[in-house]
Design a protein around this ligand. Structure first.
Ligand code: XMP
Length: 321
């Protein structure tokens, strides 16, 4: 069920918390539920809502899929320990890279991640824990884009006619399905998430795989991960909605120390948006772009070209796959 949209301006967080906590308790009458925490604002808010509703009956996992940003797992485990929530890290990088091997089509890559996540990794966790429910932070924008056929968001099933109970063997609860990103941030603040978590820029479910054009390999992810850290450091002061590094598939000719280098190209995107449905490139100052370019070609091995994306969404989307 999607229900009616609740706009951020009309959202009463205390009332929303009470309603959703009651709905979770009503659904998970006994036994356990599980959820995956990626550290993004949506899954962070669902984790706190779920723990309010179920306490220790909710088991929270961080799935190390090999596609996350630098230091993510440790940072999330520590932040949530400070909030009294235990997060268990599940090592699954080999499974994800095996599923992605040889795939170049964007929708096939997304599907491989979805199946590995929900069928393989969560299927096993559900069997081992005896849980019958998965709580997840799907928001309305995820549903819109999937139903419109623009991008198959990794976390949308029922709106596509897929019954998770039949397909994966567990039910999925989606307490944030009526909200968009601005509403979720308001909820994060009300639930006591620290500002660095509820104000965090969005990060997609398929993680850095959404930013690698062509086949996703551990080497390419390592490269885009390094570029991402630089882009996030340099652009956080812009206050933009989201910023990212993208690794292109085509190589281009460059030169270093007088020798030809057939190298990689990184595209930087930085977006102004309120709800991710439409977006425009941020007017980043030239000095910042120049420093970014310098850092990308000197600090990330093999990168000889860096560009800044200037197309709006639509027709662009924010991520590249
Ligand atoms: P696009 O690229 O579709 O992105 O313009 C819009 C917003 O959604 C995020 N995004 C995702 N979030 N699962 C998610 O939870 C996904 O599969 C996914 N794909 C994109 C993206 O980072 C942006 O904020």
């Amino acid at each position: 069920m999607t229900g009616q949209e609740i706009r951020a301006a009309e959202l009463n967080p205390e009332q929303f918390i009470a309603t959703q906590v009651a709905a979770i308790q009503e659904a998970v009458v006994e036994g356990r539920a599980i959820n995956a925490l990626s550290g993004g604002v949506d899954s962070s808010v669902v984790t706190l809502l779920g723990h309010r509703a179920l306490g220790d009956r909710l088991l929270t996992y961080f799935i190390e899929n090999g596609l996350m940003r630098d230091g993510e797992a440790q940072q999330i485990v520590e932040s949530f320990a400070a909030l009294g929530v235990r997060v268990e890290v599940v090592q699954a990088q080999d499974q994800f890279f095996a599923a992605l091997r040889g795939l170049t089509d964007p929708e096939e890559k997304r599907e491989a991640i979805t199946q590995t996540f929900y069928r393989d990794v969560f299927g096993r966790l559900v069997r081992e824990s005896g849980a019958r429910f998965l709580l997840q932070g799907t928001i309305l924008t995820d549903v819109d884009e999937t139903v419109a056929g623009i991008k198959r968001q990794h976390n949308v099933f029922e709106q596509l006619g897929i019954d998770p109970q039949e397909t994966f063997g567990y039910r999925i609860l989606e307490p944030l399905i009526q909200l968009r990103k601005d509403g979720v941030r308001k909820m994060g603040e009300a639930l006591g998430l620290p500002a660095e978590l509820f104000q965090r820029i969005p990060f997609p479910g398929p993680a850095l795989a959404a930013r690698v054009i062509g086949e996703v390999t551990p080497e390419k992810v390592a490269l885009v991960r390094q570029a991402t850290a630089i882009v996030e450091e340099e652009l956080s002061a812009t206050g933009a909605f989201q910023y990212m590094a993208i690794l292109h598939e085509d190589r281009v000719t460059g030169s270093r120390e007088g020798r030809r280098e057939f190298g990689h190209q990184i595209e930087v995107r930085c977006w102004d948006s309120t709800d991710a449905r439409t977006a425009t490139p941020t007017q980043v100052g030239w000095a910042i772009l120049e420093r970014l370019g310098q850092r990308l070609v000197t600090e990330v091995p093999g990168v000889v070209s860096a560009t800044y994306g200037i197309a709006p969404k639509p027709p662009s989307t924010m991520e590249v796959i």
